[in-house]
Design a protein around this ligand. Structure first.
Ligand SMILES: C[S@@+](CC[C@H](N)C(=O)[O-])C[C@H]1O[C@@H](n2cnc3c(N)ncnc32)[C@H](O)[C@@H]1O
Length: 264
């Protein structure tokens, strides 16, 4: 069972987080371009995107003229449906720890911002290796352990105050410090490129929206009785911060793009 699986029953909160990173990052933050730069994907090669989410990465590959087979797998039916709408994409509902594909099916596999949701990361990495052809490339993206600490602490505090069952941040266990060694166990040498940045906000509204889009990670799901109270508490705390402080709200963040090849 994927961890935090309730978070992706609908894609709204994910879309809010993606838009926030695009619009409010201090330096341009284009994770998809960072992955493409490490992937060296040739136009006719096959690619599997594990945890494909909204499908924007697959759509971008297709729109850029990629003609090889593109597949997207996600444990969320909503994500799989979104990917199925992209021309020529094979979309599958499934779990990264048990990929429903034959051995050596793909030239490249990506897992962008998703391994921290997986119940057994070594198993998912072994599965990735299994479905890659010999010499095929794997590119994974994970966050630093302590991303956007200021908004995270507001959400955590409000969740606790309103009695939500606390849950550990998804980045606590699988992050930029831990993943390279885990990948090396399965693949051998791993190339790591770090992208450090910050979210910078001049007004409270986008901070509130971003914080509310993180609630599920702190034990406040769509069906939680405390959801409304926590959302209101986040808004109040963020507005109070802007009333007390003149400068912008700055929250550091960052991720690594890790690349490896399947051993022959
Ligand atoms: C943070 S989102 C990232 C989506 C996309 N890769 C991106 O970067 O925009 C994580 C995605 O992984 C999916 N996911 C979580 N656990 C999974 C698992 N065990 N197997 C497959 N997909 C999973 C979620 O449903 C969600 O779509």
């Amino acid at each position: 069972m994927p961890v935090h699986s309730g978070e992706y029953l609908r894609l709204g909160p994910l879309q809010t987080r993606i838009k926030t990173h695009r619009r409010y990052s201090e330096h341009v933050d284009d994770v998809e371009a960072a992955v493409m730069a490490q992937l060296w994907l040739q136009p006719r090669e096959s690619l599997l995107d594990v945890g494909c989410g909204t499908g924007s990465f697959l759509a971008r590959l297709r729109d850029s003229g990629h003609s090889g087979p593109l597949s997207g797998l996600d444990s969320s039916p909503a994500a799989s449906l979104a990917c199925a709408e992209i021309r020529g994409v094979r979309a599958v509902v499934g779990d990264a720890v048990q990929l429903p594909f034959p051995n050596a099916e793909f030239d490249a596999v990506t897992a962008r911002h998703m391994l921290y949701h997986v119940s057994d990361v070594p198993a998912a990495l072994r599965e990735t290796s299994r479905v890659l052809r010999a010499g095929g490339r794997f590119v994974a993206v994970v966050n630093h352990a302590d991303v956007t600490p200021r908004i995270a602490s507001v959400v955590r505090e409000q969740a606790a105050r309103h009695g939500a069952t606390p849950s550990v941040s998804p980045n606590a266990e699988v992050n930029s410090a831990s993943l390279p060694a885990q990948m090396a166990e399965v693949f051998g040498p791993v190339d790591v490129v770090a992208h450090d940045n910050s979210l910078v906000f001049d007004t409270p509204e986008p901070v509130v929206a971003f914080g509310q889009a993180l609630m599920n990670f702190y034990g406040v799901g769509d069906d939680s009785p405390e959801q409304e109270a926590v959302a209101a508490g986040i808004e109040q705390a963020v507005r109070a911060w802007f009333a007390r402080n003149s400068g912008p709200w700055r929250d550091p963040k960052g991720y690594v793009v890790c690349t490896a090849r399947r051993r022959d």
